[in-house]
Design a binder for this molecule. Structure first.
Ligand code: DX5
Ligand code: ZN
Length: 215
């Protein structure tokens, strides 16, 4: 059986104390740290850039899962790779005809390449690239903000995705993930779970992280 990767999103953490937050997450069993990068264009919110990822890298002992919700991702891959990202995921909607070049660019830095789709984008649009990527990130909310409600119809896309997969890749879900929705996604075949609000608002972080792994 595939191991489930739990990737807490620091978007729900305290930005004045990211080092403490990251260390706490790692100590409490997080597998990866999910970093949400937003540019105010691709999504209606602004967060952090490569310099912050570089600083996080110095204090983080586990992989950094960087989710680029930005236009023109090709312009910034190098910066995020050099900053110490381990997984770099871009949005297909922002890449379109540059998709193959982007995947190759990410891989040229020795990083895992992920492709993500928003709720309204169909799986069939990314089928041509499935052979090339290490991970597909299925958004289960409209990207932009933490704390939104899970959309089950987005997770259903995993079924179709699996029909087209010729190799084992990571299937990650992001948005509104808690114990119940995690279980729903795992049953469909997800093996990486991003979770922000649920983990950070839980009375016991360790218990919350573990609960995402339970069947
Ligand atoms: C939304 C981000 C998510 C978000 C997840 O655009 O990509 O990673 O922070 O947060 P929750 O788990 O609170 O939906
Ligand atoms: Zn994310």
């Amino acid at each position: 059986m595939n191991k489930i990767i739990v990737a807490p999103s620091i978007l729900s953490g305290d930005f004045a104390n990211l080092e403490t937050e990251i260390k706490k997450l790692a100590q409490n069993g997080a597998d990866w740290i999910h970093v949400d990068v937003m540019d105010g264009h691709f999504v209606p919110n602004l967060t952090i850039g490569a310099p912050v990822v570089k600083s996080l890298r110095k204090v983080c002992s586990i992989p950094l899962d960087v989710h680029l919700m930005i236009d023109n991702p090709q312009k910034y891959i190098k910066d995020f790779a050099h900053a110490g990202s381990d997984v770099i995921t871009f949005h297909y909607e922002a890449a379109k005809e540059n998709t193959v070049d982007l995947i190759n660019l990410i891989k040229s830095f020795g990083k895992k390449a992920g492709i993500s789709i928003k709720p309204k984008t169909l799986v069939k649009e990314i089928v041509p690239y499935l052979e090339l990527v290490d991970m597909v990130l299925i958004m289960t909310v409209e990207p932009g903000f933490g704390g939104q409600k899970f959309m089950p119809e987005c997770a259903e896309k995993i079924k179709e995705l699996k029909e087209h997969l010729q190799k084992n890749i990571i299937i990650e879900v992001d948005g509104g993930i808690n114990k119940e929705t995690a279980s729903y996604c795992k049953n469909l075949g997800a093996n990486a779970l991003v979770s922000g609000n649920y983990i950070f608002s839980a009375p016991d972080m360790k218990e919350a992280i573990n609960s995402l792994r339970e069947l």
